[in-house]
Structure formats: C-alpha cells, structure tokens
Design a protein around this ligand. Structure first.
Ligand code: ZN
Length: 497
C-alpha cells in the first residue's frame, strides 16, 4: 500500500512522477558521479530486449556490428568544422595517464602525475563519426568495397549540466550506425530505410506512435546534410525526439579523405549516413504508457510479461496453489512467455500486486483455493480489468491477452496524441495552445530561421519535424503561421525534451 503512495500523481507534478516511477520500478538510480546513472537489472533488461529487436532489424537489412575505441584523438574533432562546433562544449578529455601516491592520508593520497601528460589529449567519444571515418579511409579503396554498412553498440559521453534519468545523462548507451555509399541516392535511401526501421520499432515494439519527417537547418545534426527524426508525444504533451538518421553527404568523407575508385577508374568521395537511438527510448516508453501506479511496459518489451501469484492460507493450500502455479509457469514458459512465479512467504498478496504493478508487468495471474476448485486463474491486466481464465489452454489465452494489451497501448497512445494535436493553427491559436496543455501544432512555415527563433522565444516550442506526406494535414497551409509569408512546407511544433 505504502509503495503505491510513494508515486507522485502525474497531474500533480509530471517530472516527480517520472522519477518516482523509475525508482519504484527499480529501473535506474542516481550514481555517485554527478549526471551519470546506474541502470538497474530491470531497466537493463528492457534495454537488452530493445537491442535484440533493433539488432535483428539492422542485420536483416545487411548491417554488421563492429567496435571502435572509446577514445578519439582531439585533433580528429577539428577536421569537420560544423561537427566540432556542435560537440566542443560537452566533451570529456583525457589529459593524463597516471596517478601517483603522495604519501599523505585521505583524499590527498593520490595526485595526478604531471609527467604523464599526453602529447595529444584524447576525447571520450561523444559520437564516433570522426574515428570511424578515419578507418573508412583505410578500408575503402574501390566501388567494390561499397556500400559499407556498420553499426556499433556502445556508450558515449556528453558533458551535460542538467540531467534526467534516461532522457539526458552525461554517459548513455546507444547504437550508432555508420554507412558509406557510392552515390547520393544510395545514402539517401539508407537514411530513409533506417528512419523506417526506427518507426517500426517504436510503433510495433514500444507501442509508441511517432511522426516522421526532416529537421530544419537549425535542428539538424552538426555536420549533416539533413537529419530525419522520429518524434513522439509524451503524456505531458512534450515531444521526445526518439531517434535520428542523418544523411551526411560528403562532408565527413572530404574531411577524412574517404575516397573510392569508380568502375570507370575515377576517384570519388563516398556519401555517408549515421543514425542512432539510445537508452532515451526507455524514458519514452515510461512517459508514453505508465500511470500513477507505476510503470506500464508494453508486453513485447516487458522483462516479465506475466507473474503468477498463488494465494493461500493453510500449508495444504500453499502446496496445492504453488504446485499448480509451477505447472502454469512451465506451460507459459514453453509458449515463449517471460513469466515469474511469486512464492515469497514473507510478502502478502496485496503487497505483491502493488510491487508487480509498479514494475509494469502486463498480466498478473492469481491462483487461490476457489480458483483451483474451478480449474481457473484470475487474470488481471495492468491496464485494467480482471477475468477468469481456464487453466486448460491458459498459454494461448495469456498470449492473446498480451497481444491485445500491446495493441490497446498503441491505440491509446495514438488517440492521446491526436487529441493533443492542433492542425491549421492561426498565430493566436498557437499561442493559446502552448500556454494551455500543449502538444503538436501543425501549421504553415515560411522556412525562415527568424520565425523559428521568434516562436521558440515566445512559446518554448521548436519545429520537431517538417512531416512526411503521410502525417501532413489534408488541407495544406498556405501561409506561415507566424509571419504570414507563403508557407514552404507544413511544420510540426512542440515543446520538447
Ligand atoms: Zn514565417
């Protein structure tokens, strides 16, 4: 009981709620290092399930995993001008390689050994374009070496001042894809292919609907020709950029001398892409689905999909209920369902319910003496509702309930997003909408940086994407929502994480 009360209601203070959900579910914790988090086993399991699904999709489209060093020579960052501009303010540097004992006591017992200063400091990777292109320059010789399609699962460090668990931390986990192609069209197709994979993953696995589109010049990745993104709307009506795919043009190829011999014998720079999603997705998952009782995990990414809680008073009842619980566990496990059997003696059933609810388990199977007599279990859904299910053939019923939950979560999130989307907005409506509950605003945009900056200053909203055709309004706006000049594309604005 006390556990559920430790979660601040969403309506009261969303960011407190978010932290409480993470703490109660034991997904992550603050670490002794400011800005860095510890991902606890349940949170890490979600990440592993995400990794597995994404990795299969990358492999199925011809990408292979590799690993590059965590350290990058500082001079590498200077080679691509825009890139250095984008990352210079948040890099961690290694300048020395040794400590020495001082003979003093306490914190002063060790000090930096000045004689160990590195000739060239090393940057702890904020992203790996530079070191990967240095290697591409060595590996790519001819058109026969293309396309080169690599991915890396790793950690990166960006020195953040204001951090939030999963959403913005100094060190985080991610994957970064890096590809090289012979032509601009192939690189464009690759950037688009990955955007589609990210969208499919967000929608089919996370049950998180996303908008896809291209970023404006001011929001694109430092050093990219253009950046595509998936954008989701959280329950507080702020947008979460959940994945990006960049067409890098020939910028990095020129900076790092990545050239290939064409079939005709000429020499050309490669066209490249880079793309990534991170542990930020876990924050997106939490803020899309969870409620005031704690985490709601979409079944496909739930570390535990069903928990069996036998209920007993006497020893005989305990032995019966746990025996049947064990059989059910076996049947569900055989059907590929991730299942736990909670036989703890020292925790009451009600407390177990609260705990598993806080941890986001989609289904709870209660088996008490009356259920045993009726040959059934009571199946309670994390999203609400409880009904008896016959023990005979229970695996099929549980599988179906998980599929229904997955679909219902997606439908609910999509409905919420559409209810908090304003199309064809006037300037006045835009201002009121952003002062109120907020959400996605669709409107005409002149494409001008001045309007973009003015809107940001006045409303806190940024252009999330210039949406792909599928997401555009039926009636395309003719004038810029802000300045009234002709609209070049339709844009989607929101306040964002
Ligand atoms: Zn304008």
């Amino acid at each position: 009981m006390a556990q559920a009360q430790r979660i601040t209601p969403r309506a009261q203070e969303f960011s407190e709620w978010y932290n409480d959900v993470i703490m109660q579910a034991e997904l992550a914790d603050y670490s002794p290092v400011r800005g860095c988090m510890v991902i606890r086993p349940l949170g890490y399991r979600i990440w592993e399930l995400m990794q597995r699904a994404l990795d299969d999709m990358f492999a199925a489209t011809g990408h292979r995993n590799a690993y590059f060093p965590v350290f990058i020579p500082m001079s590498f960052l200077a080679k691509e001008a825009e890139h250095v501009e984008g990352f210079a303010k948040e890099v961690a540097l290694v300048t020395h390689t040794r400590l020495k004992a001082t003979g003093k006591a306490g914190a002063g017992a060790v000090a930096v050994d000045p004689s160990s200063a590195l000739e060239e400091p090393l940057v702890v990777r904020p992203t790996s374009e530079t070191i990967i292109y240095a290697m591409f320059a060595k590996w790519i010789r001819s058109y026969r070496d293309l396309p080169l399609l690599l991915n890396q699962w790793c950690n990166v460090v960006r020195w953040e001042l204001r951090t939030r668990l999963f959403l913005r931390t100094t060190e985080f986990l991610w994957q970064e894809g890096h590809t090289a192609h012979a032509t601009e069209q192939e690189a464009e197709a690759e950037a688009r292919l990955i955007l589609g994979i990210y969208r499919r993953f967000a929608e089919e696995w996370m049950a998180m609907p996303v908008l896809t589109g291209v970023k404006t010049e001011s929001e694109k990745f430092a050093g990219a020709l253009r950046t595509y993104a998936i954008e989701a709307l959280m329950q507080d009506n702020k947008a979460l950029q959940s994945g990006t795919s960049h067409h890098l043009g020939q910028n990095f190829a020129k900076a790092f001398g990545v050239q290939y011999q064409t079939a005709a014998g000429g020499l050309e720079h490669v066209w490249s892409t880079s793309w990534g999603v991170s542990t930020r997705l876990i924050g997106g998952l939490i803020m899309t689905h969870s409620d005031d009782h704690g985490l709601i995990a979409p079944p496909k990414l739930a570390p535990v999909q069903a928990v069996i809680v036998p209920i007993w008073k006497t020893d005989q009842e305990r032995s019966q209920a746990s025996g049947v619980g064990d059989q059910v566990k076996g049947a569900l496990g055989k059907a590929g369902i991730r299942v736990e059997l909670d036989l703890r003696d020292n925790v009451k059933p009600g407390a177990k319910y609260f705990e598993w609810e806080a941890k986001g388990v989609p289904l709870r199977l209660e088996i008490g003496p009356r259920d045993l007599a009726a040959g059934q279990a009571m199946v309670a859904r994390r999203t609400g509702g409880k009904s008896p299910v016959k023990l005979d053939g229970i695996a099929a019923a549980v599988t179906k309930a998980l599929e229904e939950t997955q679909a219902a979560l997606f439908a609910a999130a999509q409905q919420r997003r559409e209810e908090h989307s304003l199309r064809g907005a006037t300037k006045q409506q835009f201002l009121e909408f952003m002062k109120g509950p907020g959400g996605f605003v669709y409107g005409g945009f002149c494409g001008g940086g001045a309007c973009e900056a003015a809107i940001k200053a006045e409303t806190g909203a940024t252009v999330r994407v210039l949406p792909d055709p599928e997401f555009r309004s039926k009636e395309q706006p003719k004038t810029c929502v802000w300045c009234g000049k002709p609209s070049v594309p339709e844009a989607v604005w929101a306040q964002a994480y």
